[in-house]
Design a protein around this ligand. Structure first.
Ligand SMILES: *Cc1c(COP(=O)(O)O)cnc(C)c1O
Length: 404
């Protein structure tokens, strides 16, 4: 049976190529027009940038949006604007991309890693509550894979302890929690437009907020510390040049037109795949409760149980699934605090207090997700048709039959 598997030279289950990014002549024309206009940028980015910012703010139901060079710098802008000071603590999950936590280090603050919920892979409210100290000044919940965090609980904890909430919505463009767009619920929402993300211009980022002061500060930081109504040579705040180009802005405006339909399609495919996989022993999609009014499935995640696959390791399973033609992957091999950056406290001149020791951090749920449980199917595959979801389920069944 095993020789039928694609990894051993057998036929692939899925023969389709899933394309990303998606574009047509309208995208090409929009960028070409900007190139031909010669207005590629200006000291405060230009009209096309402001136009896209307004479109994105409106789309999210937020008052303001400020673009910047990527979804890492956007976190830095948010943290500085929220007023964090050296030595302050910022609560972050360990199952996320590096910059959720390294942006905290860049602000001379201490990332406090708090475990995820094993059913959602999002930061656990009970674990947050237990980690709050008088030094806690902010939290960065990550809507992992596009699945909304428990925002009612997080906002409640933040309110009671008086700290800021910066939503890392790099995976979550267009997704919703109780009918509200992710990123629009906390003090600031941060997004990435890097090439793998659900809305992309190759690179880029944006922050959204309803707060006038946070807006003014993040806008200033993005533009080398200049202020609204100030002089070109006057710099007030510790910013840098984090501006994007007009070419990126028009491309994003074009891409944004497709986001709603794409999000709906991934959402519907995700629900269908949940239903198909509920029939397969040893494969459990992350749970999705009623608060999740729209899921954008930047990553469709399942939990793998090797006992239903004759003891086949998660890593071998993930390799077999990818070979079958399912755009999939085992995900992060370790939680963030295991990175040499944290283990060695290799923070250059940054003022992280002596007492901080990341070798003592232990988040069992994140460790289990990394070492043996998680399998990721990527967002562009979730833009396929119903038959493709059926083929993904068949690929899993084929492996199960071959190894059991
Ligand atoms: C991609 C990503 C970022 C950073 O975005 P870049 O634009 O690549 O800098 C931040 N947080 C999460 C969760 C991400 O996946």
């Amino acid at each position: 049976m095993r020789d039928k598997l694609a990894i051993n030279g057998g036929p692939k289950t899925v023969n389709k190529e899933f394309i990303w990014p998606i574009y047509d002549a309208s995208d090409v024309n929009a960028v070409t027009e900007i190139v031909q206009s010669g207005k590629w940028g200006n000291p405060d980015c230009g009209d096309e940038v402001a136009k896209f910012e307004q479109e994105f703010a409106d789309y999210c139901g937020s008052k303001y949006a400020i673009t910047c060079v990527n979804g890492s710098v956007s976190l830095r802008l948010a943290l500085i604007a929220c007023g964090v000071k050296p030595g302050d603590e910022v609560i972050v999950p360990p199952y996320t991309f590096i910059t959720t936590a390294s942006s905290v280090i860049e602000c001379n603050c201490v990332p406090i890693f708090v475990d995820i919920d094993p059913d959602t892979y999002n930061i656990s409210p009970a674990a947050i509550e237990a980690a709050v100290t008088e030094r806690t000044k902010a939290i960065i919940p990550v809507h992992f894979g596009g699945l909304a965090c428990d925002m009612d609980a997080i906002m409640d904890i933040a309110k009671r302890h008086n700290f800021h909430v910066i939503e890392d919505a790099a995976h979550a463009h267009g997704a919703e929690y109780k009918g509200k767009k992710l990123g629009s619920i906390g003090d600031v929402g941060s997004f990435s437009f890097q090439s793998s993300k659900n809305l992309t211009s190759g690179e880029g980022g944006i922050v959204i907020t309803n707060d006038d002061e946070l807006y003014a500060m993040m806008r200033s930081l993005r533009n080398v510390g200049r202020i609204e109504g100030g002089q070109w040579y006057d710099h007030y705040n510790p910013g840098c040049n984090y501006r994007i180009t007009q070419m990126q802005a028009v491309l994003l405006s074009q891409q944004l037109k497709r986001l709603e339909a794409q999000t709906q399609k991934r959402n519907d495919n995700g629900l269908y795949l949940n239903q198909l996989l509920s029939e397969i022993k040893g494969i459990t999609p992350l749970s999705r409760d009623e608060a999740i009014s729209l899921h954008c499935y930047h990553i469709y995640i399942v939990k793998y149980d090797s006992t239903a696959f004759g003891g086949l390791s998660r890593n071998d399973f993930a390799a077999m699934l990818a070979a079958e033609g399912v755009p999939s992957f085992k995900g992060y091999p370790h939680p963030l605090y295991k990175q040499p950056l944290f283990q060695n406290k290799n923070f250059m001149c940054y003022a992280i207090p002596e007492y901080v020791d990341f070798t003592q951090v232990h988040c069992p749920n994140a460790e289990q997700a990394c070492s043996s449980d998680a399998v990721w199917i990527l967002q562009h595959a979730m833009l396929g048709e119903k038959e493709d979801m059926e083929a993904f389920a068949n690929a899993i069944l084929k492996i199960q039959q071959a190894v059991s």
